[in-house]
Ligand binder design. Structure first.
Ligand SMILES: NC(=O)c1ccc[n+]([C@@H]2O[C@H](COP(=O)([O-])OP(=O)(O)OC[C@H]3O[C@@H](n4cnc5c(N)ncnc54)[C@H](O)[C@@H]3O)[C@@H](O)[C@H]2O)c1
Length: 250
């Protein structure tokens, strides 16, 4: 129960990694808002996780919607302790193959969405006596992953923004870090491989690129998030925590 009494928001919690983080936070004693653009998915997750969770519809790329989400939680629960900026999208394409629309959409959701999540959560967390922000970046923010140009750019931006925000706001009691997952088994994998001529082969190649021979599990990212959100991580500030089965060690 490392997060007992804490009030948390997890964006993109209607699926995959965000859902696993929300579940782990609830198990650790936190109250959690399951925030997602897909309200139905958020409602299903909140029902599954129980009374300490609430569904909420938000598009993280829209400033007024993110601001409303933070204000809503502060009004309902009297403050905010933990913000997880997890919502994200990707497209499999090289730089020349990427359309301008796809580039703008990926940056708007992944990078600007993380910026907005921090912009409005930092004052709320500061006014609640301090807390933690966790941004979900990717190994794609640290190394070049083939055919993920716009995605790599968005995640590299999250790593850099995490560091900048961390040093700006640690004196206010807001501890900001990011997690860089490797290839995690979520519905995302099925979606991205569906666009390849041979989806089965593409999926097997994604699994094989993990040196430990298997996909990273969403629960393993949730375990890192719970640690970063807890007081045990008190000296971890502006870090990019890699959970990738050795992918970037090669
Ligand atoms: N799966 C992986 O291999 C992997 C690896 C590294 C990083 N990540 C990152 O982890 C995060 C979660 O990925 P996942 O694999 O769980 O994906 P997922 O597709 O299973 O879940 C993403 C969730 O985000 C929501 N979402 C999308 N756009 C949104 C928006 N504009 N506003 C609010 N919610 C929105 C979706 O509805 C969905 O519920 C993403 O940021 C992704 O880049 C995933």
């Amino acid at each position: 129960m490392r997060l007992e009494g804490k009030r948390a928001i997890v964006t993109g919690a209607g699926s995959g990694i965000g859902k696993a983080i929300a579940s782990r936070f609830a198990q650790e004693g936190a109250r959690v808002v399951i925030a997602d653009i897909d309200l139905e998915a958020a409602e299903i997750v909140a029902k599954e996780l129980g009374d300490n969770t609430k569904p909420y519809r938000v598009d993280v790329s829209k400033a007024e919607e993110v601001h409303k989400l933070i204000n809503h939680v502060v009004d309902e629960w009297g403050g905010l302790d933990i913000m997880v900026n997890n919502a994200g999208v990707g497209v499999a394409a090289t730089t020349t193959e990427t359309s301008e629309e796809d580039f703008d959409r990926i940056i708007a959701i992944n990078l600007k969405g993380t910026f907005l999540g921090m912009k409005y959560a930092i004052p709320a967390i500061r006014n609640s006596g301090g807390g933690s922000i966790i941004n979900i970046a990717s190994v794609a923010g640290l190394v070049g992953v083939p055919e993920r140009a716009a995605y790599c750019a968005s995640k590299g931006g999250i790593v850099a923004l995490t560091r900048a925000a961390a040093i700006d706001h640690i004196s206010e009691g807001v501890r900001i870090n990011c997690i860089c997952p490797g290839t995690v088994l979520t519905p995302w994998i099925e979606r991205i491989t569906a666009n390849y001529p041979d989806p089965e082969a593409a999926r097997a190649a994604m699994e094989a690129r993990q040196p430990h021979g298997r996909f990273v599990m969403p629960e393993e990212i949730a375990a890192m998030a719970a640690f970063l959100a807890s007081d045990e991580a008190g000296s971890i500030v502006g870090a990019a925590m890699v959970v990738d089965g050795g992918m970037t060690a090669k």
